[in-house]
Design a protein around this ligand. Structure first.
Ligand SMILES: Cc1cc2nc3c(=O)[nH]c(=O)nc-3n(C[C@H](O)[C@H](O)[C@H](O)COP(=O)(O)OP(=O)(O)OC[C@H]3O[C@@H](n4cnc5c(N)ncnc54)[C@H](O)[C@@H]3O)c2cc1C
Length: 406
C-alpha cells in the first residue's frame, strides 16, 4: 500500500516513477490486514496503560500479545525504546501525529478508490469495539480520552444496541463502542492492485523484480536489481514495509524496526453469521472483518523475527473466542496467512528524506497497525517534502533523523 500510494502521488506531482517489487503490489502485509481505515487508530500499543498490563503480558499467554523471548533479547534496544515511548509526553506526541496522518489519508483513499473504480469496496458505517464486561477498564478510559481529545466520533452501545447493529452476534458482549469515523474495505489486496493499475494506466512503470542494493552517485542513486540490471534515479523511496530494515542495512543503516506479526483465517459466513462492519473483540483479542473471501479473523501481536516459523496458538484461541460470539462456519483457507506489522520504537512511521550524506534517499515505512489506512497520507506528506513544499501536517514527528541521526 505505502509504496504504491507513494508512486501514484509522485507521478501526480510530475515525476517519472518506476515501482520496483518482486511480487504483485498488494501481495505482502497489505494483502492480509483487516481492511479498517479509522480515525480511532491513534492509541499505539505502547501507551501509558502498558505498564499496568505488563505482568499479564509477560506471562506470554495473552491472546492479544505474544513474544518470542529470544527475539526480544536480540532486539533489546527496540524494546527499551518502545517502553520509553509510553511516557505521557511521547504518547501525546504520537497520538497527535497519528491523528494528523490518518486525517490526511482518509479523503485520499476516497479519491483513489473513486479514480481506480473501486468505490464499491468501501463501507462507511464505522466499526465496533466490543467488551464482555460492563465495568470500564483502564484501556477503555485511555482510549476514550484520546478520542475526545482528537474529536473522534463514537457512540456507546449497550447489549440491545449491539444486537441492533449486528443481529448475528450472540449476547456475550455487555458493552461496546461504535466508532463512527471509520471506513473499511472488503478486499485490501484488490484495493492496492487497483491503485497499482491506475499508476500503470497513467504511464507509470511497474518492474516486477527485487531491489538488491543501492549505491550513491554524482546525480542520485543506482538501484541494483535481482536480475543483475540497475536503475538510475535522482530520488529513491524505500517503502519495503518490514523488509526495509534488511535493505537499509545494506548501506550501513541500523533501523530499529521490529515485527508485530499477525495471522488471519477466513470462515464461511452463512446467513447466521453475516456482519455488516468489522468488529474488535477486546477480550477475545481479534478483529473480525466481512471480506469478499468470507469472514476474516485477524489476530493481535506476535513479536518475533520476520522469518520465524509460524505459531498458530493465538489464532486458535482467537477462533475459540469468536465462535462464542458468532456462528462462524468452517475454515476456508488451507493455511493461516501470516504478515508482519513493521514497528518503530515510538510507533510512528518514518517518512522523509534520510539525513546527509544520503540525500535523495527517502523513507516511507514503519506503519505498524495502520499502514493500509495511512499509505495515501504518507504519500501526500512525502511528495510535498520531495517537492520542497509546505507539508499539510507536522513532518518532524515522522522525520527519519529521530532514529538515523542528523
Ligand atoms: C493481521 C494484521 C491486521 C492489520 N490490520 C490493519 C487494518 O485493519 N488497517 C490498517 O491500516 N493496517 C492494518 N495492518 C497493518 C498494515 O497491513 C501494514 O501496516 C501495511 O500493510 C504496511 O504496508 P507497506 O506497504 O509498508 O508494507 P507491505 O504491504 O509489506 O509492502 C512491502 C512491499 O515491499 C516489497 N519488497 C520487499 N522486499 C523488496 C525488495 N528487496 N525490492 C523491492 N520490493 C520489495 C514486498 O514485496 C511488498 O510488496 C494490519 C497488519 C496485520 C499483520
Amino acid at each position: 500500500m505505502v509504496g504504491t500510494a507513494c508512486a501514484l502521488e509522485l507521478q501526480r506531482c510530475g515525476f517519472a516513477v518506476t515501482l520496483v517489487d518482486p511480487r504483485q503490489p498488494g501481495s505482502a502485509t497489505s494483502h492480509g490486514n483487516a481492511g479498517v481505515m479509522t480515525r480511532s487508530s491513534i492509541v499505539p500499543l505502547n501507551n501509558p496503560g502498558l505498564w499496568r498490563a505488563l505482568p499479564a503480558l509477560l506471562s506470554n499467554r495473552s491472546v492479544g500479545l505474544r513474544y518470542r523471548p529470544g527475539y526480544l533479547a536480540r532486539n533489546l534496544g527496540w524494546a527499551v525504546g518502545f517502553a520509553r515511548s509510553t511516557s505521557e509526553r511521547r504518547f501525546r506526541l504520537t497520538v497527535r501525529a497519528l491523528d494528523q496522518l490518518i486525517g490526511l489519508s482518509l479523503p485520499e483513499h476516497r479519491r483513489l478508490l473513486q479514480e481506480s473504480g473501486q468505490l464499491h469496496r468501501l463501507r462507511s458505517d464505522g466499526w465496533i469495539f466490543l467488551y464482555r464486561q460492563n465495568a470500564q477498564t483502564e484501556a477503555m478510559r485511555l482510549q476514550l480520552a484520546a478520542f475526545a481529545a482528537c474529536g473522534v466520533r463514537v457512540a456507546e452501545l449497550d447489549r440491545v444496541a449491539i444486537s441492533q447493529l449486528e443481529p448475528a452476534l450472540r449476547p456475550v458482549f455487555a458493552r461496546g463502542l461504535h466508532v463512527l469515523d471509520a471506513l473499511s474495505v472488503d478486499n485490501p489486496a484488490e484495493v492496492v492492485r487497483g491503485y497499482a493499475a491506475l499508476f500503470g494506466q497513467r504511464g507509470g512503470r511497474l518492474l516486477q523484480c527485487g531491489a538488491r542494493g543501492l549505491q550513491p552517485g554524482a546525480d542520485g542513486w543506482t538501484v541494483r536489481l535481482d536480475d543483475g540490471s540497475a536503475l538510475q534515479a535522482s530520488q529513491v523511496v524505500v517503502a519495503l514495509g518490514p523488509w526495509s530494515k534488511d535493505f537499509l542495512r545494506g548501506i550501513g543503516l541500523a533501523v530499529p524496526l521490529a515485527f508485530e506479526r499477525g495471522y488471519h483465517m477466513h470462515y464461511a459466513a452463512d446467513a447466521g453469521a453475516a456482519l455488516t462492519r468489522p468488529l474488535y473483540d477486546a477480550q477475545g483479542g481479534y478483529v473480525l472483518s466481512p471480506m469478499q473471501q468470507g469472514l476474516r479473523l485477524s489476530t493481535g501481536v506476535e513479536l518475533a523475527a520476520l522469518d520465524a516459523p509460524p505459531n498458530h496458538a493465538q489464532l486458535d484461541l482467537a477462533e475459540q473466542a469468536a465462535r462464542q460470539a458468532i456462528a462462524l462456519g468452517p475454515r476456508l483457507d488451507p493455511q493461516p496467512w501470516l504478515g508482519a506489522r513493521p514497528t518503530l520504537p515510538d510507533s510512528r512511521p518514518m517518512i522523509g528524506e534520510l539525513p546527509a550524506p544520503r540525500r535523495g534517499l527517502w523513507a516511507a515505512f514503519g506503519h505498524q497497525h495502520i499502514g493500509f489506512s495511512t499509505g495515501p497520507g504518507t504519500a501526500r506528506l512525502l511528495a510535498t517534502l520531495v517537492c520542497e513544499q509546505a507539508p499539510a501536517i507536522d513532518a518532524a514527528a515522522f522525520a527519519p533523523a529521530r532514529f538515523l541521526g542528523r
